[in-house]
Design a binder for this molecule. Structure first.
Ligand code: MSP
Length: 511
């Protein structure tokens, strides 16, 4: 396989069990990964947990556990979630693993050798919740506490010896990179925020802490642990066995194609990470996409606000595929979104049960009555048939280009329109009234089956389990899925047997 694709989610803090925001990033990454997989790419899809730093140290203390035992426990809930969400991740990294220590310390050495690290003293604000340093002008006071203006989280004053990274030295190089690679940061609105922040002047970054113990030690000075973000960001390399840059994983997959993250951590990914890499002379990732938040009411979910939506609860009540479908269709990708049970139920009843599930049942049972469950023969396409079939072949390249721009909204809208067109086609063509025109009857049923095949393939990345169930009609298995076959109108072999399938989605009875 020659085409490669490397996609990452942020690695999650195992400070509390996963919530819907974590599930959202993971599901979206999975959708992109699966599209590439069925389009012939060899995909490396990385997720994992970010286990060092004060935030985790304190959470462990609160739970009366030692930090590693605490991380083992909570990291497992994130790993279990990858199964619950049916993710196709090819690696799950924990920053407490040996392979990761090796990469981080190697990268530190490189930065030191290149003259980008110096020892000095930090005095300023620190937010444990964000694991971030803030300038005076980024702080305000709220209910007697000092908080970060951007994230709203509490900050505390820190004064201690610290190693610094010469971030200021990379300011112009970063700006050049943004200019020369206009799609490096997406969406555009967020790119502009990053550019103005960098233009306003970068200060050197404190990259070690002396007062905490839970982390990776600074090589040659074990009184310091490495700043958790320098540690965490390196996970994208450790998964590829960095610093062994000759190994196949690294050679195949670095630089990463897409770091998918929430908009809250854009600064770390779009400024610090590329600056570290520039200093270490490591190629930069191709793209960083900062998606919006899943809000609970009007607010971002957080443990401290007590407004957490539990993905497991929704999956238990409604099923996984409906949740995946909802998040892709109802949350406009790039913007913030909400979970409303009412809208979720509408998605199930109208889009999934009616427009998709019922279409499959109708066409297959019509086929059973008239063709005894076999693909009709003697096919002669007319304009009406070609018009609907051609939409897929003519748009295939466009679909690929839009996906490469992370335009998930285009992708899902294409599916929604196709399902609408397919149902309309079957109704308008009235195959039941064509019994004395054999060629026409056969062609309408053939065309309807072809459309079901094509839509099911397009739906696979979003609702994998249900799509595979639908494709059982044609005996198409997961490993046989091929995006390119959307171009082919005559994929289904005349005379071949088809199968009846179980109901795909049960309607929700609304009160
Ligand atoms: N550990 C860091 C990331 C290190 S990456 C090298 C971190 N972890 S986190 O657990 O706090 O959040 C990680 C990501 O979870 C966010 O960037 C975002 O992708 C996702 N979400 C967390 N809350 C979210 C919402 N409410 N909505 C959507 N996604 C959000 O930051």
């Amino acid at each position: 396989m020659s085409k490669k694709f490397y996609i990452t989610t942020p690695i999650f803090y195992p400070s509390a069990k996963p919530h819907m925001g974590h599930a959202y990033t993971s599901i979206v990454a999975d959708v992109f990964a699966r599209i590439k997989m069925i389009d012939g790419y060899d995909v490396h899809f990385l997720t994992g947990t970010d286990e060092h730093g004060l935030k985790i140290q304190r959470a462990a203390e609160k739970a009366n556990m030692n930090p590693l035992e605490f991380c083992d426990k909570i990291s497992k809930t994130f790993k279990d979630l990858t199964k619950k969400l049916n993710l196709k991740n090819t690696d799950f990294i924990r920053t407490t693993e040996k392979r990761h220590f090796k990469s981080v310390q190697y990268l530190w050495d490189l930065l030191e050798k290149s003259g980008d690290i110096y020892l000095s003293k930090y005095s300023g604000w620190y937010s444990v919740s964000d694991e971030a340093f803030y300038n005076n002008d980024e702080i305000t006071s709220k209910d007697g506490d000092n908080v970060s203006i951007v994230s709203g989280s509490k900050v505390e004053w820190v004064e201690e010896e610290s190693y610094f990274f010469k971030l200021s030295k990379w300011q112009n190089k970063l700006l050049d990179h943004y200019k020369e690679n206009p799609d490096f940061i997406l969406p555009k609105s967020r790119k502009n925020e990053v550019i103005s922040f960098v233009e306003s002047g970068l200060k050197d970054l404190s990259i070690s802490r002396k007062s905490i113990s839970w982390g990776i030690k600074v090589p040659n000075n074990d009184k310091h642990v490495i700043y958790v973000w320098l540690d965490a960001l390196t996970n994208y390399l450790s998964s590829l066995k960095y610093p062994d840059t000759k190994n196949k994983l690294y050679k195949d997959f670095w630089p990463a194609d897409l770091h998918l993250i929430g908009k809250d951590i854009l600064r770390f990914h779009a400024i610090y990470w590329p600056a570290f890499l520039l200093a270490a002379k490591i190629p930069l990732p191709k793209k960083i996409y900062g998606h919006g938040w899943i809000l609970s009411g009007d607010e971002k979910m957080s443990k401290s606000k007590g407004n957490i939506l539990d993905p497991l609860e929704i999956i238990d009540n409604y099923g996984l595929d409906p949740l995946r479908y909802y998040l892709i269709k109802e949350v406009s990708f790039g913007s913030d979104g909400n979970i409303s049970k009412d809208k979720l139920e509408n998605c199930i009843n109208s889009d999934l049960a009616n427009n998709f599930g019922n279409l499959c049942q109708r066409v297959v049972s019509f086929n059973e009555k008239n063709f005894s469950l076999s693909i009709p023969k003697k096919i002669k396409f007319q304009n009406d048939d070609l018009k609907i079939l051609n939409k897929f072949s003519e748009n295939l390249d466009k679909i690929r280009t839009e996906i490469d721009k992370q335009n998930l909204n285009f992708y899902i809208q294409f599916i929604v329109n196709s399902l609408f067109d397919a149902n309309k086609y079957f109704n308008d063509q009235e195959p039941w009234s064509k019994k004395d025109d054999e060629v026409r009857l056969n062609t309408i049923v053939y065309t309807s089956l072809e459309i079901i095949r094509k839509v099911s393939i397009m739906l696979y990345p979003i609702i994998p389990e249900s799509s595979i169930k639908a494709l059982k009609i044609f005996d198409i298995k997961q490993n046989e899925l091929d995006f390119s076959s959307l171009k082919d109108h005559t994929y289904l072999k005349e005379g071949k047997k088809i199968n009846k399938i179980d109901i795909l989605f049960k309607k929700i009875l609304k009160k």
